[in-house]
Design a protein around this ligand. Structure first.
Ligand code: 13P
Length: 255
């Protein structure tokens, strides 16, 4: 049985003070939640103060990206060790904004994934197709390319430490959510890829989150689908009430 994970990607939002404030509210309002896992991913500058606030809570802390090298002359970049020293246990990698706005390639993302695993960070590895790729029937091809590049050379034990997030690019920040059936069909496809590439055991255990305009009103129908193991939430994770409501609605559906 896979445990649900609800993760908030705060993207480039909130000052340090605002981040600490939101994390503090979430800590107290979600303290009794035991039914699922919770993760928040603030900006780099807020990681350490938010880590301090989250001590003793059931909320894990993640970063939104990292560089693949340990250290060096990489102005403006941040390493896995730095994230860990700031208190992060997770890192989002290959987000569609990194791929499509900042030009990150499958190759770079694959190096980042391996580095994160080597360092003991849990990667939340994002995949997803553009609208034109879906409409021209290339969705499967795109997902296979993104998955194959990232997982090539990983052992089963390493792959099991990753979390996948399927985020169709056309659904991110647009208000257009994939229908539960669209999400289920992509998730089943991804799980089947893991079955063929690794084995049934891994495919049954790896968590596949859905991301793209998840709101309190649509999480329950998405979660009801057998291959959807949680959500990676952007806009709706920026407010305590909507993020909390998403978590509560996801739990209700589980029971
Ligand atoms: P929205 O929930 O704002 O569509 O963002 C989704 C996302 O990109 C999460 O990583």
């Amino acid at each position: 049985m896979r445990r649900l994970l609800i993760a908030g990607n705060w993207k480039m939002h909130k000052s340090v003070d605002e981040s600490v404030e939101l994390a503090g509210i979430l800590k107290s309002s979600l303290i009794d939640i035991v039914e699922l896992d919770i993760l928040i991913c603030p900006t780099y500058t807020a990681l350490h103060p938010v880590a301090n606030i989250l001590k003793g809570s059931n909320i894990a802390l993640g970063a939104q990206n990292m560089h693949q090298e340990d250290s060096g002359a990489f102005t403006g970049e941040i390493s896995a060790d730095m994230l860990i020293s700031a208190g992060a246990s997770h890192v989002i990698l290959g987000h569609s904004e990194r791929r499509h706005v900042f030009g990150e390639t499958d190759q770079t993302i694959s190096l980042k994934l391996k580095k994160a695993l080597d360092k003991g960070l849990t990667p939340v590895f994002c995949i997803g197709e553009l609208l034109e790729e879906r409409e021209s029937g290339k969705m499967d091809q795109v997902l296979i390319r993104q998955l194959s590049s990232a997982y090539e050379g990983l052992t089963k034990a390493q792959a099991l430490k990753t979390i996948v997030a399927y985020e169709p690019v056309w659904a991110i920040g647009t208000g257009v959510t994939a229908t539960p059936d669209q999400a289920q069909s992509a998730h089943a496809f991804v799980r089947n890829w893991f079955r063929k590439t690794f084995d049934v055991d891994l495919a049954e255990r790896i968590r596949i989150l859905y991301g793209g305009s998840v709101k309190p009103g649509n999480i329950a129908d998405l979660e009801e689908k057998p291959d959807v193991d949680g959500g990676l939430i952007g806009g709706a994770s920026l407010k305590a009430d909507s993020f909390t409501q998403i978590i509560e609605n996801a739990i209700k559906k589980e029971v």
